[in-house]
Design a protein around this ligand. Structure first.
Ligand code: FAD
Length: 296
């Protein structure tokens, strides 16, 4: 199976998508509709998040296996260190390998319930994503990605320390990093410059979320950890009571962000889809990131 880094190194820009594991049968139908609709557009890879509890973790594993078995897509399974002993992590990684998953996004995870709560490592577990990268590397020929934060991870002291820790993860054996959400492309480009200034050569993928509703805007702001840039607020906030106009302006805005990032030479755009495909399809279609002939 092709690796994510191979798909990102083809010379032409690509797009990729993130899904989360479905909670129930209705969710599963929604997810699989999105997967099938996006499969036709040949994304470079699809990533599936890893939850905090046992049942959501089983669903990640099952969904990833189904993607391997039933689609033409390249899957990337997320894995977190939270509440896992090293022995359990070895089991999950071994299981991923057994079903044919070659790509893992190694992230530390947040404390369940309160992401800002105290981080407590499992007594027989790992403390930082860097160690999880090493574990994945030790256990197989995986292509490994890590998380990056344009505004710095909330637990980092400052941007210099944040960059230092990101570079440590990359040097521990990660092939690429995917950025958390941001609403100003310059903030992503500054992150890329900070990493480049350390002499670390890596592939850094921007993460984008189609801004279709005021709720998705609020979610983007929450996840990014930065306030809404004035240029975005001026365009979207007057439209909060007009769903169609908000959606149109939000899709325009994300398309423009994509254009700017592609002009700056990013190898691809990673979309946080929330298991819906329509707006992502619109944006990647407008950006010319889809095959010339899409099967009907
Ligand atoms: P780390 O790299 O371990 O960093 C955590 C903190 O520790 C940072 O402040 C860092 O500066 C500091 N640090 C790192 N290394 C060291 C060191 N050696 N010494 C001292 N301090 C250090 N969460 C999920 O639960 N499931 C998912 O599927 C998931 N997917 C994600 C996908 C992406 C693209 C992103 C951006 C985030 C995702 N997250 C996910 C969220 C992520 O788990 C949290 O943001 C978590 O708080 C940080 O994870 P990390 O891998 O960056 O941690």
């Amino acid at each position: 199976m092709t690796s994510v880094i191979e798909r990102l190194s083809g010379g032409s820009p690509v797009f990729s998508v993130e899904f989360f594991p479905p909670r129930d049968t209705a969710d599963e139908a929604v997810l699989w509709r999105a997967i099938r609709e996006l499969e036709a557009l040949d994304p470079a890879f699809v990533s599936i998040t890893y939850g905090a509890g046992g049942s959501t973790r089983d669903r990640t594993v099952r969904t990833t296996a189904r993607v391997v078995q039933e689609t033409t897509l390249v899957p990337m399974a997320h894995l977190t260190a939270i509440d896992h002993s090293v022995a359990e992590l070895r089991n999950v990684i071994g299981w991923y390998a057994a079903v044919g998953v070659r790509n893992i996004l190694a992230v530390r995870g947040d404390p369940p319930g309160d992401p800002d709560g105290e981080w407590v490592a499992h007594p027989e577990g790992l403390t930082y994503a860097e160690e999880l990268v090493r574990l994945c590397r030790e256990l197989g020929d995986f292509c490994v990605g890590v998380a990056a934060f344009p505004y710095g991870h909330p637990r980092s002291r400052d941007l210099d320390q944040d960059t230092e820790h990101l570079v440590r993860k990359l040097r521990a054996g990660a092939d690429f990093a995917i950025a958390q959400l941001f609403l100003d492309p310059d903030d992503f480009l500054r992150l890329r410059d900070r990493v480049a200034a350390t002499g670390c050569e890596t592939v850094l993928l921007p993460g984008l979320m189609p801004l279709t509703t005021p709720r998705t805007l609020a979610k983007s702001v929450e996840l990014s950890g930065a306030p809404v840039p004035p240029s975005v607020a001026r365009r979207l906030e007057p439209l909060v009571d007009d769903p169609a106009a908000f959606r149109a302006a939000g899709v325009d805005l994300v398309t423009e962000m994509g254009e700017r990032l592609l002009a700056e030479g990013v190898p691809g755009l990673h979309f946080y889809t929330f298991n819906r495909s329509k707006a992502t399809r619109e944006v990647v279609g407008r950006l010319g990131l889809v095959p010339a002939r899409v099967p009907s």
